[in-house]
Design a protein around this ligand. Structure first.
Ligand code: CMC
Length: 432
């Protein structure tokens, strides 16, 4: 990264022009460094939704929204999906490098060792209504880990951070499977040393004492790939939440729990649930792809085409391409057609050729096809966003760790443009 070789000039009313440093990042993109603007001029910048604001420097993830590029630590998403499993990608994001054979084995062993949930925590599940949204339980359980594994209060020793990170990656998977068992009113199935990360998850979810459950290798592959697709996406809403909460020196579990809450919204990770609900509704109502697109174009309908559009991608989301391919592979296995997949593909065709969507550069995003795969694996619709969270976890952790080591790390505290009354006097209660 180059700094202070170039300057932009800012001309403000009744002030001398000021020179503002321009930063060129490792990919050649330029930023104007305004960090001392208010101190130097009294002005702040106004950028609702942080559309143009770089909140940090980060070496974890690269997204190029114009060209549809996504890389983790320099590796292309296609390369990672084809050649690594989720545990390797989690290691890459968290530690910075892909593991070698010994590191990979040790990490997998450690993940298995840390996968059990404290017995007292297990009793929490029973206090939740069966119909509670799984994301509410996941957020509460994640922050509860700080009560049961409080070592993170002293974040100095590197080893403790390592342990907390491994616990989180491992236990969140157990928590999600237990949420499902609780929803079904079934006993929990504990993780087993015999299985890989994704096998273990499927076994904890679906093992039954009355019906034989065989772990399907295609579902294991699909799960690995889906979790990799979700593993990081630079400064998105939930990652920004994790960094912001972490910037107050809140512990890792608390910060991640905030990320889970941010992810829940239908404009973010909740979109995968919303896509399936939209497709099911349209199918039941016998709406055509064109009907759905027409509705999404009506501004007063309050309806958006879920799984379409992205703040950064102004072309096809590279994750959507991979998810579509995977979806076709998983659904083809049974030899049956899925009317929702057919509708989704038709919808994509109609939308990408429609002038409204073209003019606004709206393309399928990661959530458009992933729900169809989760559904086929047997995961209920209201748990899709938990699956997104399980995938995004290494990304959140990597950003939390990066922030903790950032020599310029400051508590996050944006300014505002005030729009309230100037000053008022309190009137007595009878006069109001
Ligand atoms: N359907 C119909 N119109 C849309 C859609 C959509 N899905 N998305 C954006 N638009 C329109 C929007 O109304 C606006 O129109 P106009 O210029 O006439 O006012 C224009 O396109 C630009 O949209 P925006 O809302 O300014 O874009 P944004 O960057 O603020 O929002 C988004 C991005 C992802 C929140 C939005 O596209 C959306 O709500 N999509 C549907 C929900 C979804 O699929 N979310 C998952 C995002 S990817 C995974 C993740 O981040 O978790």
């Amino acid at each position: 990264m180059e700094t202070n070789k170039e300057f932009a000039t800012l001309i403000l009313p009744e002030k001398d022009p000021i020179r503002i440093p321009v930063i060129t990042d490792n990919m050649g993109a330029k930023s104007i460094d305004i960090h001392s603007l208010r101190k130097d001029t009294g002005y702040i910048t106004y950028d609702p939704g942080f559309v143009n604001t770089g909140s940090c420097t980060s070496g974890i993830c690269y997204v190029n929204g114009e060209q549809g590029i996504l890389r983790y630590r320099g590796y292309d998403i296609e390369d990672l999906v084809e050649n690594c499993d989720f545990v390797e990608v989690a290691y890459l994001l968290i530690k910075g490098e892909l593991p070698n054979t010994t590191e990979r084995r040790r990490y997998a062993e450690l993940l298995n060792k840390e996968s059990l949930l404290h017995h007292d925590m297990q009793s929490f599940f029973r206090s939740y209504p069966f119909k509670a949204h799984p994301m509410s339980v996941l957020a509460a359980m994640s922050v509860s880990l700080s009560a049961f594994y409080p070592e993170m209060d002293d974040i100095d020793p590197e080893l403790q951070v390592d342990l907390a990170v491994t616990r989180l990656v491992s236990k969140v998977r157990t928590i999600i499977a237990f949420i499902y068992r609780h929803m079904k009113g079934e006993d929990f199935v504990n993780p087993s040393y015999k299985y890989s990360y994704c096998e273990n998850f499927l076994n904890m979810m679906f093992k039954s004492s009355v019906i034989e459950y065989q772990i399907n290798p295609l579902y294991v592959k699909a799960l690995n790939q889906l979790l990799i697709l979700h593993a990081d996406h630079e400064q998105n809403c939930s990652t920004t939440a994790v960094r912001l909460i972490g910037s107050s020196d809140a512990n890792l579990y608390a910060s991640v729990s905030a990320g889970i809450c941010a992810l829940w919204g239908p404009k973010h990770g909740g979109a995968n649930q919303a896509v399936i609900e939209m497709l099911e509704f349209a199918h039941e109502q016998k709406m055509s792809a064109q009907d759905i697109v027409n509705k999404a174009k009506q501004k007063d309908s309050g309806f958006l085409l879920m799984g379409f559009g992205h703040r950064v991608y102004k072309t096809y989301d590279p994750r959507a391409k991979i998810a579509k391919r995977l979806c076709q592979e998983v659904l083809a296995e049974s030899g049956e057609t899925d009317p929702l997949l057919e509708l989704a593909m038709e919808l994509e065709e109609v939308a990408v050729n429609d002038s409204y969507f073209k003019e606004r550069s709206l393309y399928p995003n990661v959530d458009f096809y992933t729900g169809l795969i989760f559904r086929r694996i047997g995961i209920p619709t209201n748990m899709f966003t938990c699956m997104f969270a399980m995938g995004r976890l290494p990304g959140w952790i990597a950003h939390w760790l990066e922030w903790n080591k950032d020599p310029y790390g400051k508590i996050g505290r944006p300014r505002q443009v005030y729009s309230g009354p100037y000053i008022r006097k309190v009137q007595s209660l009878n006069d109001r």
